[in-house]
Design a protein around this ligand. Structure first.
Ligand code: GLU
Length: 557
C-alpha cells in the first residue's frame, strides 16, 4: 500500500503539467437546476458510419422521455475509438436522427458546431477533463500506471487458461498494482508506454443489489478487475468516460443498451473510486428478430438484416412518422391501444412510461411495421402523398421525379383514388410504391406485359367484350350508372349477372359480370388487381381509356 504522500507524488509524476482540479471542473459545470420529475438524459452513440435502427429507437426514447418530463435531451458523441472513426460520422448521426424528427437540446449540430453549456459534447474534445479525473483518482490511490505489454498480457491469459481460472488483469495477476514508486520511475525514464488502471478493491465473491429501472431489482457480483481507465494515447475507455461525462453533464438517469449491463459492477466501483454519486440506470433490451423459421430469436444484426440499417428506410421511402410509431409500440405495447383511442393525436401526445418497457427484448417485425405504414399513408391527403413521394423521388428516382413535377394535378388525382368514402385504399407501404401507383397512368411506366387471363376467358371473347364496351363507354356516368351498363353488356354477351344463377347452371353462360369487369381491368391496368376501376378510368380520361383498350387488342395477337 502506498502512503497518501506517495500517491500525491505518483500523480505529479504522471501528470506533471496538469493543474486543473476536479473542483474547478465542478465550478465550470455547475449543478443543473432540475425540478421534480424532470429528466436529463443523453444519447451517446459512437460515430461508426452506420446508423442502426436500434440507435433510432434509443435516441427516440431518450429524447421523448426527456422532453415529456420538461427536462433536457443531450447528444454526446463517443468518438474515443480512433480506429473506428469515419468521415462525417457526426453529421450522419445528427441528420439521420433529425430525419426521424429526433433532435436534442444540447450537443453537436454538425461536424463543427455544438450547442449547450455542458460541452464539449464530443469525447475527443474532453481529453483534458479525463486527465483531471485520472490525476485525481491516482492521487486518491484508486488507480495506478501499468506498463505491461500486449505480449505479457497474452502470456498471463494463457497461464490463467491452463490453470482453469478467470482470465483478466486482477488480484495477484495484476503485476503493476503494487509496484514501488522506484519501479514506476524506472519505466517512465525508459519511456515505456503505459495505461492507467483502476485499483479494484472489489471481491468477486461479494454481491450487491441495484435497481435497474427496466430490469427491476437485481443482485450482482462485485467487480475485481483492474480495468484500463486511460489508454496510453490519453484517450479514456468507455468505462472511465461514462461516470465522468454523465456526472458533469448532470444526467439524472443513464438510459443505454443492454449490452452494457454486465459492466454495471465495474461502473459502480469507478463511480465510487472517483468519489462521484452513482447515477441510476435503465438498460434497454435490444431489438430482436425471429430467426430460423420462427424457432429462435436473435438480435437484429447489422450484417444479416437490411432493415437494421437506417438507410433501408430512407432508400425505400418508409414514412418516418410511422417508423417512429412502430418503435413506440415496441417500447410501450399500450401504444397501439392509445393510437386506436386517439386517432387524431400525434405520437408526441403519447406519454412513454419507463416502467412499461419490455424486459425481454422487443421483437422487430417488418410485416407489422408495414401494416402501420399502410395505415399511416391511408390517412394522408393526396397532396401529402404527392409531397412525400416527390421528396423520395428527388433522391432516388429521376424519372418518377420528372413525372411528378410535370404532372402535379394529374398525380394528385391519381393519389386521390380510394382516399375517401367507404373503401379507403391501404396498398401503399412506402413512398417508393408511388412508382407502381403511377405506372398505370403513364404510358412510359405502363408494363409491357399483361396478366394472362386466357385460361378463364378466351381471346375471342375478350376481344368481343372490349369491342362492345368501347361502344358504350362514356366518362360522364356515375359509378352506379356505369356498372348498370356493364351489367347490360354482360347479359347481352351471354354472361350472368348473378353468381348464384351462374353456379346453378354454368353451361348456360360464358361467365359472370365479374369476368367481364376483369377483362376491362386487365386491358386498362394490365393487372387483375387494381384500385377501383371506375375511379381509375375517370382519372385516365376518355382518350387514354380508349387507347388502352385498343392497345390491349393489338397486343393480344
Ligand atoms: N458509446 C456507447 C455505445 O455506442 C454508449 C453507451 C451509453 O449509452 O452509455 O454503445
Amino acid at each position: 500500500m502506498r502512503t497518501a504522500e506517495q500517491n500525491q507524488e505518483l500523480a505529479n509524476l504522471l501528470f506533471p503539467n496538469h493543474h486543473t482540479s476536479v473542483e474547478e471542473l465542478f465550478e465550470r459545470y455547475p449543478k443543473r437546476d432540475v425540478k421534480q420529475g424532470e429528466m436529463i438524459l443523453r444519447f451517446a452513440p459512437s460515430p461508426t458510419g452506420f446508423l442502426h435502427i436500434g440507435s433510432v429507437y434509443t435516441g427516440m426514447v431518450c429524447t421523448k422521455l426527456a422532453k415529456q418530463s420538461g427536462g433536457v435531451a443531450i447528444l454526446r458523441i463517443e468518438d474515443t475509438d480512433k480506429k473506428r472513426e469515419v468521415e462525417n460520422g457526426i453529421s450522419m448521426i445528427v441528420n439521420g436522427l433529425n430525419g426521424f424528427g429526433i433532435s436534442f437540446d444540447e450537443g453537436p449540430i454538425d461536424e463543427k458546431n455544438q450547442r449547450g453549456e455542458y460541452g464539449p459534447y464530443m469525447q475527443s474534445q474532453r481529453l483534458d477533463i479525463y486527465k483531471t479525473f485520472a490525476k485525481d483518482i491516482v492521487q486518491k490511490g484508486n488507480a495506478y500506471p501499468c506498463f505491461i505489454s500486449e505480449e505479457e498480457l497474452e502470456l498471463i491469459r494463457k497461464e490463467q487458461e491452463s490453470l482453469g481460472v478467470r482470465t483478466g488483469y486482477y488480484g495477484k495477476w495484476a503485476k503493476w498494482r503494487d509496484a514501488s514508486i522506484e519501479e514506476i520511475k524506472e519505466e517512465l525514464g525508459k519511456g515505456t508506454p503505459y495505461v492507467i488502471r483502476l485499483f479494484s478493491t472489489g471481491d468477486i465473491n461479494n454481491t450487491f443489489e441495484m435497481n435497474d429501472l427496466i430490469k427491476g431489482r437485481v443482485t450482482l457480483r462485485e467487480n475485481d478487475m483492474d480495468v484500463v481507465l486511460l489508454k496510453s494515447d490519453g484517450f479514456p475507455t468507455y468505462h472511465f468516460a461514462h461516470p465522468i461525462d454523465d456526472t458533469l453533464m448532470g444526467i439524472t438517469l443513464v438510459t443505454r443498451a443492454d449490452e452494457w449491463f454486465p459492466s454495471v459492477p465495474l461502473h459502480f466501483e469507478i463511480f465510487q473510486k472517483l468519489g462521484l454519486q452513482q447515477i441510476p440506470y435503465a438498460h434497454f433490451s435490444p431489438l430482436m428478430k425471429v430467426d430460423n423459421e420462427g424457432k429462435s430469436k436473435r438480435k437484429l444484426s447489422k450484417r444479416k438484416d437490411p432493415e437494421a440499417d437506417v438507410s433501408f428506410y430512407i432508400d425505400h421511402g418508409y414514412p418516418k412518422e410511422a417508423v417512429i410509431e412502430y418503435l413506440l409500440n415496441l417500447a410501450n405495447s399500450n401504444f397501439s391501444d392509445w393510437r386506436i383511442q386517439n386517432p387524431e393525436k400525434t405520437y408526441n401526445d403519447f406519454t412513454l412510461k419507463i416502467e412499461k418497457f419490455n424486459k425481454a427484448g422487443a421483437l422487430f417485425d417488418i410485416v407489422k411495421l408495414s401494416d402501420i405504414c399502410k395505415d399511416y399513408i391511408s390517412k394522408l391527403t393526396a397532396q401529402q402523398v404527392y409531397d412525400n413521394s416527390l421528396e423520395w423521388a428527388k433522391l432516388h428516382n429521376r424519372q418518377v421525379e420528372k413525372l411528378l413535377l410535370e404532372n402535379k394535378e394529374y398525380c394528385i388525382k391519381i393519389f386521390n383514388i380510394e382516399r375517401s368514402g367507404a373503401k379507403i385504399r391501404k396498398d401503399i407501404v412506402k413512398f417508393e410504391d408511388c412508382k407502381e401507383q403511377l405506372s398505370l397512368f403513364f404510358d412510359e411506366l405502363f408494363p409491357d406485359n399483361y396478366e394472362d387471363i386466357q385460361e378463364r376467358i378466351s381471346k375471342d371473347i375478350q376481344r368481343e367484350i372490349i369491342k362492345e364496351y368501347k361502344k358504350i363507354y362514356s366518362t360522364e356516368s356515375s359509378e352506379v350508372e356505369w356498372f348498370e351498363k356493364v351489367k347490360d353488356l354482360s347479359k347481352r354477351l351471354g354472361f350472368s349477372i348473378d353468381r348464384k344463377e351462374y353456379e346453378a347452371s354454368k353451361e348456360k353462360f360464358k361467365g359472370t359480370v365479374g369476368d367481364v369487369a376483369m377483362v376491362l381491368r386487365v386491358a386498362i391496368t394490365g393487372k387483375t388487381k387494381s384500385p377501383d376501376l371506375f375511379q381509375v378510368m375517370s382519372v385516365l380520361g376518355e382518350e387514354k381509356v380508349m387507347d388502352r383498350l385498343d392497345r390491349y387488342i393489338s397486343k393480344m395477337v
